[in-house]
Design a protein around this ligand. Structure first.
Ligand code: ADP
Length: 323
């Protein structure tokens, strides 16, 4: 391998820049050429590609977002689009691709790698932490901290008795942000997609009752079709439990922003260096992850479309501490 292409795709996450920097520097250190591909798979299809030197990634480790930009690209989901992408790969002399993104982006990499026999490596870049085979994903820690800041502020204003605050956090089909955010913020409960098919979590919450000494209750809700989201739950409270005064805050995209935390920068740096090592060692079609503080190579087929389980222990911690 002589030339590595890098792209960031799908939802952006704080720490993606630290990963771009690490991949670029590690590649240059090992004598490889690097090409930055802009706007995710879109730039691969349209040929928006630029050579990256070490200095092109100076001063970005502390920046949120991604200097390579990100996008969603419908064309890449078609054979014709991927053919065009491969033509650009050949034209640019790229012989391996590193994709930083979530489940969808890595699914794209997997298909592309199979179709064209191109070595592809994935880095887990998503605030949702929903990739199997890695304990954490790039951006998750920063997003958690952003949620804490917000919930701490909401708590300051939440003072009247039996007022119920629903704070909606991101997570699509994963409750990691809601559950760990609730533990860290000292919230009453988390309503997460993983349990939505088993229980009516709202009914369980209300029937458990709230501690009388509490002036208000804060509940984190994962934004998901399965939970219905905070607005939907608030409507239900208004109709079914009118004795509660309910309020909703949707944190939205502010969770994606901000300077990455120390943990995210270190994670992104380790994964970026490991991605180049993996390529040099001849590994293809794996996602680089961290398990028990060790770098691991997870085959795409395992990492993608595979639900990462919520730890029961965390559910219990939240339950015991909210009495
Ligand atoms: P994320 O990576 O954050 O999960 P998306 O699911 O939106 O984000 O995926 C990002 C991009 O990855 C899509 O816009 C598309 O270009 C590509 N992609 C996703 N799934 C596939 C697929 N099955 N085949 C080819 N490309 C895909």
């Amino acid at each position: 391998i002589q030339c590595v292409g890098i792209l960031t795709s799908g939802g952006d996450a704080p720490g993606m820049n630290a990963a771009i920097r690490a991949i670029t520097r590690a590649a240059v250190y090992k004598g490889l050429k690097v090409k930055g591909i802009y706007r995710g798979y879109k730039g691969l299809v349209t040929g928006e590609i630029k050579e990256f030197k070490s200095e092109d990634v100076s001063n970005i480790i502390q920046m949120g977002g991604t200097i390579l930009k990100t996008a969603r690209c419908k064309e890449f989901k078609t054979e014709e689009g991927r053919k065009q992408a491969y033509e650009n790969i050949q034209k640019e002399g790229i012989d391996a691709l590193i994709v930083i993104g979530g489940d969808g982006s890595l699914s794209g990499a997997r298909i592309f790698a199979q179709e064209y026999n191109l070595p592809c490596i994935g880095l887990p870049g998503t605030i949702d932490n929903d990739l199997f085979g890695t304990d954490i994903t790039i951006g998750y820690d920063t997003a958690l901290n952003t949620i804490l800041d917000a919930v701490d502020k909401i708590r300051d204003t939440a003072s009247s008795h039996e007022r119920l605050f629903f704070v909606e956090v991101m997570g699509r089909d994963a409750g990691f942000l809601a559950l760990n955010g609730a533990i860290a913020a000292g919230a009453e409960a988390a309503i997460i997609p993983e349990f939505s098919t088993k229980d009516d979590q709202l009914e369980a919450l209300i029937s458990r009752g709230f501690r009388k000494s509490k002036t208000s209750s804060i509940v984190l809700v994962a934004e998901s079709e399965l939970t219905g989201g905070a607005m939907h739950l608030a409507e239900r409270v208004k109709n079914e439990y009118p004795q509660y005064d309910v309020r909703v805050t949707i944190l939205g995209h502010l969770q994606r922003g901000g300077s990455p935390s120390a943990n995210d920068r270190i994670l992104a740096s380790r994964l970026g260096v490991a991605a180049i090592d993996a390529l040099m060692e001849g590994y293809h079609n794996v996602m680089i992850g961290i398990e028990n503080d060790e770098v691991v190579y997870v085959p795409f087929r395992k990492a993608i479309k595979n639900d990462k389980p919520i730890k029961e222990e965390l559910v219990q911690v939240l339950a015991e501490l909210s009495i």
